[in-house]
Design a protein around this ligand. Sequence first.
Ligand code: FMN
Length: 329
Amino acid sequence: MNAVINDVIDRRLSVAPMLDWTDRHCRFFHRLISDQVLLYTEMITTGALLNGDQEKLLGFSPSEEPVAIQLGGSNLDDLATCAKMAEDMGYSEVNLNVGCPSDRVQKGRFGACLMKEPDLVADCFAAMQKAVKIPVTIKSRIGVDDDDSFDSFERFVDTVSSAGCQTFVVHARKALLKGLSPKQNRSVPPLKYEYAYDIKSKNPNLNVVLNGGIETVEQAVEQLNHVDGVMVGRAFWNAPWLIRDMHNAMAMGEQKLTRDEVLLAYVDYCQHMVKQGLSLHWLIRPILGLYHGFPGNKKWKSHLVTEAPRRKDDVTVIKEARDWVTYAG
Ligand SMILES: Cc1cc2nc3c(=O)[nH]c(=O)nc-3n(C[C@H](O)[C@H](O)[C@H](O)COP(=O)(O)O)c2cc1C
């Protein structure tokens, strides 16, 4: 393994990797809200990266940094090659997906089914970490199917950490590999935060980041009494300003932009992107929840979703939508 790994990443708060959601536009928007929150790409499979449009899959704007890339795969050479490509592109961390339960992913022998093969995950980690100086981390479940005891999860963590892995992001529910859709697998199996807490208390040297079901500032801050960080997915998508509220509650530093200034900066970004041929209809998705909870929120959203597909390159749609919201600040 490389002797020097540059791991100075603040992992107190991160936005979860979400396929089709946390693309570069979403990350650009989130970065306007917090200059500290750690951002993750959607899962990118090694197959897609090695055979597909690398610029499209890896490209991101420097203003999004720090960004962690999440890879899906289990072939050691492919993972090492992709990790190196990501490092060369400027990513700050490489994360391996050991949590996705979809059929497609299972067929490829990666994602959550790898929880049954801790030795292979350790080898994947070692192959990637040997190839790069940026930290390689693991995002896992706490078990799969009937293999869901704490002992089994601990064995998984021990095996992978013995290969040198220092950071585990734990989606604290097991995955059922048969019978549940990926969506159901994010809500049906119960959350067991104590698995993550116990791993941290038994291994104080590891970074343990807790994920799953965190929806409020209070919940997020409370977790920091037990683990090193929290990762939030759906709640940030539904109400992205929650990123700022958690950022502030965790004293992660003063932020310059107000909510409306964030929006204006994103409108400028959209202007730039539509000139490059992107459709506004895609670009508005991350901002739909920006005025969550304020009067006019429904009209804001419906204006965006009806007008943006019709006026694909007209960013004034966003400003018109803003006029529906009663909010000063
Ligand atoms: C639309 C969607 C796509 C997701 N895609 C990924 C993914 O690419 N990689 C991954 O590790 N997890 C993925 N997840 C799972 C989230 O990262 C996270 O573990 C899960 O939503 C639980 O966190 P939450 O309760 O805060 O949303 C996805 C979740 C959603 C809702």
